[in-house]
Design a protein around this ligand. Sequence first.
Ligand code: PEP
Ligand code: MN
Length: 337
Amino acid sequence: MIAVLKPGVTEAQKNNLIKWLKDQGVGVHVSEGQFQTIIGLIGDTSRIDPDLLTGLDIIENVTRISEPFKCANRRFHPLDTVVTVGAGENAVQIGGGHFAIIAGPCSVESEAQIIGVAQRVKASGAKLLRGGAFKPRTSPYDFQGLGLDGLRLLIKAREETGLPIVTEIMSDKYLDEFAEHVDLIQVGARNMQNFELLKELGSLHKPILLKRGLSSTIKEWLMSAEYIMSRGNENIILCERGIRSYDSYTRNVLDLAAVPLVKELSHLPIIVDPSHATGKSRLVPRMSLAAVAAGTDGLIIEVHNDPAHALCDGPQSLTPEQFDALARQIQTLQAAL
Ligand code: PEP
Ligand code: MN
């Protein structure tokens, strides 16, 4: 349920209303726009009589929200959310017209590799560095990532380049380390519905990159965002990374319609991962440009210094030279749009 306040309502009147609503046992989400304040009610709103609210002289109108996601709902928060990642002069904004590219290898492999790639992608215009330290591999015999050593190398790469770091959390085991050191905590496709992990992330103040699950509907994906947001962490960036289908020519099927659709449904920023969506490096440039045309707030692209010998996802990784050429094409396209 949302209640739109009349213009000119005082702080005291607003606070009284919020206190009364909380006393009724519902959660309250306040969205202050330039011209209106929207009070969103979360939880069991069956005890709140909409007619009673409508009758209050500070309330313009009351409507029920039929979708199960409330905090993530565009109607709770009509303006685009802008998520700030990192701090100080290297802080990056994503959403609400702010576009950024995240680039880097699938996995951190060595100090020379991660720092070398970080310097190259930064020179080409990437604003954030990606790199997996804890890897969700289909086979237990495949490279599982360098773990905490990988995280230390990412921190070193940030010190060298200033790029904020993005890496995947697989469980709450290292929650404290992630909360302290990682600028944008990635929840991978396989963990999108790890609800206990999502609840833990809801109590952090760090931005979360929430990838779409392997076969998740858009509603399920937004409900996962809701798990995090309803605990108080509203800094979420959604990531469309392709969904599973029957065709095996591509690794996944890139659902580009999700970009404009999610923007209708939600105020959260959404970015696109053309690397995991296609699984083929030669398809990444075209799909990146298509994502930009679809209105994405950013891209996350795998870049490796030597894709043929990468320990993970080499076939979908661009070389630094290919990434540089793509970054230029993206700029040209954006200028033309
Ligand atoms: C990744 O970003 O390296 C990754 C494993 O992605 P996803 O969870 O989308 O498969
Ligand atoms: Mn990967």
